[in-house]
Design a protein around this ligand. Structure first.
Ligand code: FNR
Length: 368
């Protein structure tokens, strides 16, 4: 018998249910990582290498989880990151995530390769709800320009350019499932001559421009007023370069372990990046986010302690949406809030701005 929603007590529980109820091809697409999936597994286990140094006898009656991301006030330091093909898991697609994000006052990043059209996802937002756009840069810059201008006009508050996918990684689980109904599931590629023999991911990615380089950044800055954030940065040199290029943020990320296998996890990279940024006095010039493997509020807290503005969460909300629809997404987000409030009390912190490296024992990860 399938567990009822109230029997899901953490984000991993949704994954177990999704695995049982999802179509095999959809499960293969969502759950797969590149090659041997070493990076995908380590994304989560890297958090386990960091332990807390809680503070005692600090009045923790009142806890405030709210913070800001690119100027937007949010209720907790996570956002719903961009994940393609939402309708594989739920017939309504990404708008389910829009409604969950609204309810919990967190930001949703809209993927270029969403199943719903961009406008459907924007139309699903309510009131002053904030969305960002994840951009795969098309070889045809006229298409890319149209997408960016349209997103800005429709109120998107951040442009996240994915820089870790000049070519899509080999996700063998996905490739084996010989995906067939991709064309009907995706928008925005600017053409439908897709190769269906290599799995869902590769089928839809042939429009992505592998020649994208630092030279293109001034052009992005010239065509939009939205803040520009590079998604998929993996070393401090590139964070510094992003600052120099005028970018407003970076996401330290390995694309959920779906691109370069044996790439480091976001939290490991963060431990390299922040001390160096502080040494150079650049820490206030750019907002640093991480994603990958965030499953517990303790993971969020650790990232914020190390200097991240917030974290992106991908698969858990896909699984919650696939297994239970909006109530699942709602519960997953509420569980994270409950966990975070409790853990803030247990480490002796009242608010996000009090979090810092002194609450962690980082001897077991590589601090540079
Ligand atoms: C992704 N991710 C992703 N990233 C991106 O920039 N564009 C995209 O289209 C997608 N699509 C996508 C699909 C699926 C099914 C997954 C699981 C992931 C990567 C995503 O934004 C993020 O980096 C990771 O998902 C974070 O890791 P977790 O939270 O899934 O472990």
């Amino acid at each position: 018998r399938m567990p009822i929603l109230e029997q899901c007590y953490n984000l991993m529980d949704f994954e177990a249910v999704a695995r049982r109820v999802m179509k095999k091809t959809a499960w293969a697409y969502y759950s797969s990582g590149a090659d041997d999936e070493i990076t995908m597994r380590d994304n989560h286990s890297a958090f386990h290498r960091i332990f807390f140094r809680p503070r005692i006898l600090h009045d923790v009656e009142n806890i405030d989880l709210s913070t800001t991301m690119l100027g937007t006030k949010v209720s907790i330091p996570f956002y719903v990151t961009a994940t393609a093909l939402g309708k594989l898991g739920n017939p309504e697609g990404e708008v389910v995530l829009t409604r969950g994000a609204r309810k919990h006052n967190v930001i949703q990043m809209i993927p270029t390769l969403a199943s719903c059209s961009f406008d459907e996802i924007v139309d699903a937002k309510e009131g002053d709800q904030v969305q960002w756009l994840q951009l795969y840069v098309n070889k045809d810059r006229a298409i890319t320009k149209r997408i960016i201008e349209h997103a800005e006009k429709r109120g998107c508050k951040g442009l996240f350019i994915t820089v870790d996918a000049p070519q899509l990684g080999r996700r063998e689980k996905d490739m084996r499932s010989k995906f067939s109904d991709v064309g009907s599931n995706v928008q925005n590629t600017g053409g439908d001559n897709v190769d269906r023999s290599q799995g869902a991911a590769r089928a839809i990615s042939s429009f992505i421009d592998p020649s994208l380089s630092w030279k293109d950044i001034p052009w992005f800055l010239s065509v939009t007023k939205m803040p520009i954030i590079l998604k998929g940065v993996q070393r401090v040199e590139d964070v510094i370069r992003a600052v120099q290029a005028g970018c407003h943020g970076v996401v330290l990320s390995n694309h959920g372990g779906r691109q370069l296998d044996t790439a480091r996890s976001g939290i490991e990279i963060l431990a390299e990046v922040m001390p160096e940024l502080r040494r150079l006095g650049l820490q206030d010039q750019i907002e640093i986010y991480i994603d990958g493997g965030v499953r517990r509020a303790t993971d969020i807290i650790k990232a914020v302690c190390l200097g991240a503005k917030g974290v992106g969460i991908g698969r858990p909300f896909l699984y919650a949406m696939s297994a239970y629809g909006l109530p699942g997404v709602d519960r997953a987000m509420q569980l994270l809030k409950d966990e975070m409030e409790m853990n803030m009390r247990l480490i002796g912190c009242n608010s996000v701005d009090q979090l810092g490296p002194e609450f962690l024992d980082t001897r077991t990860i590589s601090m540079h």
